[in-house]
Design a protein around this ligand. Structure first.
Ligand SMILES: [Zn+2]
Ligand SMILES: [Zn+2]
Length: 67
């Protein structure tokens, strides 16, 4: 399954609370500690993809990389 970059960018994690381990916008089991070494937290949410159902996106609130 491939997803257009543009679609991914519409999920900007703006509802997430940066630096909060108890972020309410995250899926169950998140946020998680990132291994980037900057005490970042990996946030995750389920995003609906047109025609393809759902995918889970995750991103560190410090380094910006997926978990
Ligand atoms: Zn979050
Ligand atoms: Zn990170």
């Amino acid at each position: 399954m491939s997803v257009a970059i543009q679609e991914l960018e519409t999920c900007n994690f703006s509802d997430h609370e940066t630096g909060r381990i108890d972020c309410k916008a995250c899926e169950t089991g998140y946020p998680r500690r990132c291994s980037c070494g900057t005490s970042g937290l990996i946030h995750a949410e389920i995003v609906k993809v047109q025609g393809n159902g759902y995918i889970q996106l995750s991103r560190c609130d410090k380094c910006g990389l997926p978990g």
